[in-house]
Design a protein around this ligand. Structure first.
Ligand SMILES: Cc1cc2nc3c(=O)[nH]c(=O)nc-3n(C[C@H](O)[C@H](O)[C@H](O)COP(=O)(O)OP(=O)(O)OC[C@H]3O[C@@H](n4cnc5c(N)ncnc54)[C@H](O)[C@@H]3O)c2cc1C
Length: 457
């Protein structure tokens, strides 16, 4: 590769803050909220022109409830839902045999609620700002270098929390990162889109009363009789459509009811081999996914009851990334931990969502189910190389299989809450985040409503 030398230059320091959160998705919003207070200067950086990350692309939040129907994600994540529900912008947590539970939200309202919280808690939000590099000294991340229309600037911080999904801060700081399975295969991305004018009752009726023809993976027909739902199945219909020459990139029909009575979000585009950390690859994916939409809609209109008069309403603002870099931190959570319902004395969040791996090749998926909650220890948020950097959300320290469970937004929010509280407690007690008293962190999490399991270990 040809290179040039970038001349060194003095950068303006835009701000010096106590806690800097990078990335305003589900984990970052909650991390910033949890970090704020007690007079600390907390800043949230976001590259897009709104907050929410994948909360804004038409996805339901999965697994607020565990596999036994008990709510194991509570705390600030639940408060976020309560705020949405105030104006009818979130559904109940509906139990689901495949996804543990689904909570439908209004993506636009999620952006507004995120701003409302940041304003209320005094978090400074800076958008349209991309973190391009990191300033380090020994075992400390001293700050980040940002790029925006204002040029290249620095922000200094006592603690940095990486909630970028792709682990941009950690990776730039030289933290050990993993990517994909043993051969580098990653779960493929999907460009979500929304259909209106769907006759949902007709679709519901087909699934409930003609289950053999309109098959569902693992979910009993009765689950579709009332309320919100996600279809995962109709494999028979996809086969018929493929035989009729319609190109469908997936083996299963994934349709999600929206909050409007005629609305369905379609989770069926899929471009294998895309790496979101390479712009040329992400660009290819985005363009290819848009082409897939018209073929998928041919299928829906011809083979799925209720779509006969439906129309394409909107396409999500960006293609959603299921998997990219993950930190290899002080502890790397594994699928074995998850499937054994492993408990950790240093637990900071619990999960229960299945290991849900959309195959890197082909169009199918493998799901491995838990029989109870599993713990995520504080070490999954901590890099080995630094003491004042925390990493939360989908890029926290998990292997390929484990992140296929922890990646759901409810768990990402819980991880964000643990990271934010740890960052604040560290500053209040004059220690580095990595050295924070785990008892103090767990006590605060429990006292403020988070769930860390029934009994202390
Ligand atoms: C197609 C698809 C379907 C899914 N289905 C579901 C589902 O049904 N339910 C569910 O709960 N989960 C689902 N997931 C998983 C879930 O959406 C993600 O794992 C989760 O949103 C990750 O949260 P996060 O906060 O870590 O990252 P993100 O939601 O990705 O947010 C990261 C934020 O950081 C910002 N950012 C990134 N890099 C930088 C940078 N360098 N500088 C500044 N800002 C930056 C981004 O703009 C973004 O706002 C799905 C994911 C995909 C892609």
């Amino acid at each position: 590769m040809h290179t040039i030398t970038e001349p060194s230059r003095q950068l303006p320091i835009r701000a010096e803050v106590d806690i800097l959160v990078v990335g305003g998705g589900p984990s970052g919003i909650i991390a910033a909220e949890a970090a704020a207070g007690k007079g600390l200067r907390v800043m949230l950086l976001e590259s897009r022109g709104y907050l929410g990350g994948n909360l804004t692309i038409g996805l339901p939040i999965l697994s607020f409830l565990n596999c036994n129907g008990k709510q194991n994600i509570r705390g600030l994540a639940q408060d976020f839902i309560d705020r949405l529900r105030r104006d009818g912008n979130a559904s109940e947590h509906k139990p689901c045999k495949l996804h543990m539970s689904l909570t439908i939200i209004n993506p636009e309202a999620a952006k507004d609620v995120a701003f409302e919280i940041m304003e209320e808690k005094g978090v400074e939000v800076l958008m349209y700002t991309f973190v391009a590099d990191v300033i380090t000294e020994g075992r400390r991340v001293k700050g980040v270098i940002i790029e925006s229309k204002a040029g290249r600037e620095a922000i200094l911080a006592k603690t940095v929390i990486d909630c970028t999904g792709d682990g941009d801060v950690a990776q730039r700081a030289g933290v050990a990162m993993g990517k994909g399975d043993a051969s580098g295969g990653m779960q493929p991305p999907t460009l979500m889109y929304n259909m209106r004018g769907v006759d949902i009752d007709k679709l519901r009726d087909a699934i409930v009363n003609h289950h053999d023809e309109f098959d569902m993976d693992r979910m009993p027909a009765g689950q579709f009789a009332t309320g919100k739902f996600i279809t995962v199945g109709l494999r028979n219909q996809i086969k018929k459509a493929q035989e009729a020459g319609i190109r469908i990139p997936v083996a299963r029909t994934i349709l999600i009811t929206g909050l409007n009575p005629d609305e369905i979000w379609v989770n069926m585009t899929r471009v294998n081999g895309v790496d979101s950390t390479l712009p040329e690859s992400y660009t290819r994916g985005e363009i290819e996914a848009r082409k897939q939409i018209s073929e998928i809609n041919k299928y829906l209109k011809q083979f799925v009851p209720g779509f006969e008069n439906a129309w394409l309403d909107r396409i999500a603002p960006f293609m959603g990334i299921r998997e990219s870099r993950v930190m290899q931190g002080r502890y790397v959570l594994t699928a074995e931990d998850i499937l054994a319902n492993r408990r950790f004395a240093r637990v900071v969040a619990v999960g229960s969502y299945p290991v849900d791996i959309h195959h890197a090749n082909g169009g199918d998926c493998t799901m491995l189910f838990t029989s109870d909650d599993y713990d995520i220890p504080f070490e999954c948020l901590l890099p080995k190389e630094y003491d004042n950097l925390l990493v939360a959300g989908r890029c926290a320290s998990m292997n390929h299989e484990a992140m296929a469970s922890t990646r759901v937004m409810s768990t990402c929010m819980a991880l964000g809450e643990a990271a934010g509280r740890a960052a604040r407690i560290a500053q209040e007690t004059g220690v580095e985040p990595a050295d924070v008293s785990i008892e103090a962190l767990q006590r605060e999490l429990r006292e403020t409503g988070a769930y860390l399991g029934e009994q202390a270990l």
